[in-house]
Design a binder for this molecule. Structure first.
Ligand SMILES: NC(=O)c1ccc[n+]([C@@H]2O[C@H](COP(=O)([O-])OP(=O)(O)OC[C@H]3O[C@@H](n4cnc5c(N)ncnc54)[C@H](OP(=O)(O)O)[C@@H]3O)[C@@H](O)[C@H]2O)c1
Length: 331
């Protein structure tokens, strides 16, 4: 059968290096399943993979995309655990293609009752938020978290989960006028402009308590001011670098306040965790999506044939939420 796949043959700017290639796909062989793309989400890391700056680069040519869900359209001889119509997570290395062949035993089932967009985004950002609140000290109800890029998908999940657990959040955004009401509706306690000297009002907001946990995915001045907002022995976790510079820190806060700087990478956690820990977490995450605790906003949908435009939209700042790429391939 003929399919299209959004691929890059060299690293570079997505508009320059991405192209829709026509490929031939065989029928599923023994133990294989044919899975059609239904919805995929674009992340900053997708841009890093195409651009050649991400942690784990792929062998070229590579299919773009990292995260999405598909529908099982056919199974090969001997496949028992999947049925036609099942929703599954797409293999991470073959997301933005009409369809792919995969080893049926390695495909992860995805719950059919979750809204399609949220199901497509369930495997990377919500687990990241989950781990960020789980693995960096014992947070107690009433504790404060401060985070930048608070309107990002991870940021929105942090807000929802923190509220759910009785934790308070101070949220930094570039466009504070646009995001104050939506983030407060999700459970944010305070929303402040990242460009301002927000550390000056943290005492007032927290009643002198300051933040126990800082979540930095921006870098630059933002994380320096974040470190100045921390309680004694508070932990600042860097898990992204949207500004693209080195993390710098104010020396006096390290010395006098014993602030701890940590890092986090979901891929590394997933590689090191065993199957039961990964399964337990994904089950918990799916339940939190079901309850609406995780509910990430979406800005635009693009069909796979418009995948390059989707990448251009994902590259632009000031989005209303995530860019989703959809597929409608059938046999
Ligand atoms: N370490 C890990 O395992 C891991 C896992 C998942 C995500 N991440 C990281 O977490 C961050 C958020 O990811 P996401 O998928 O949730 O993002 P997203 O929903 O695509 O949103 C991107 C966010 O980055 C902000 N941003 C973009 N350029 C910026 C700049 N130059 N300065 C300051 N802010 C900027 C955007 O602000 P505007 O809305 O104002 O443009 C927006 O808040 C990214 O850095 C990503 O790489 C890391």
């Amino acid at each position: 059968m003929k399919i299209s796949a959004l691929r890059y043959h060299e690293h570079g700017n997505p508009s320059d290096v991405l192209r829709l290639d026509n490929l031939e796909l065989a029928n599923p062989g023994p133990g294989e399943a044919l899975v059609a793309l239904r919805a995929a989400v674009l992340h900053p890391s997708d841009l890093g993979l195409v651009g050649g700056t991400y942690g784990n680069l792929r062998t070229l040519p590579a299919v773009a995309g990292r995260e999405g869900v598909g529908e099982v359209l056919a199974v090969g001889p001997g496949v028992k655990r999947l049925a036609l119509g099942d929703r599954v997570r797409l293999p991470e290395e073959i997301v933005l293609a009409d369809a792919c062949l995969a080893d049926a035993d390695s495909l992860e089932k995805a719950p059919a009752d979750l809204p399609l967009d949220q199901a497509a985004m369930a495997f990377l950002n919500p687990p990241t938020a989950y781990r960020l609140l789980q693995d960096f000290g014992e947070l107690q109800p009433g504790d404060w978290i401060i985070q930048n890029a608070a309107n990002s998908a991870v940021g929105q999940c942090v807000i929802g989960l923190a509220k759910h657990r009785g934790l308070h959040t101070i949220n930094l955004a570039r466009d504070v006028a646009k995001w104050t009401d939506p983030l407060k509706a999700m459970g944010a306690d305070a929303v402040l402009a990242d460009g301002d000297d927000f550390f000056k009002v943290v005492d007032e907001i927290t009643g002198g308590q300051k933040a126990s946990l800082g979540l930095n995915s921006v870098g630059g001045d933002s994380v320096i001011k974040m470190i100045r907002s921390m309680a004694e022995s508070g932990v600042v976790v860097t898990f992204g670098g949207m500004v693209g510079d080195k993390v710098r820190f104010p020396t006096r806060n390290l010395i006098f306040d014993d602030i701890v700087l940590r890092g986090f990478w979901m891929d590394r956690w997933s590689r090191q965790a065993d199957a039961s820990a990964r399964g337990f977490m994904q089950h918990a995450v799916n339940d939190l999506i079901r309850q609406g605790v995780f509910n990430m906003s979406v800005s635009e949908h693009f069909a796979l044939k418009d995948g390059i435009a989707a990448f251009e939209a994902a590259q632009s700042g000031g989005r209303d939420g995530k860019v989703i790429v959809t597929g409608d391939f059938s046999l």
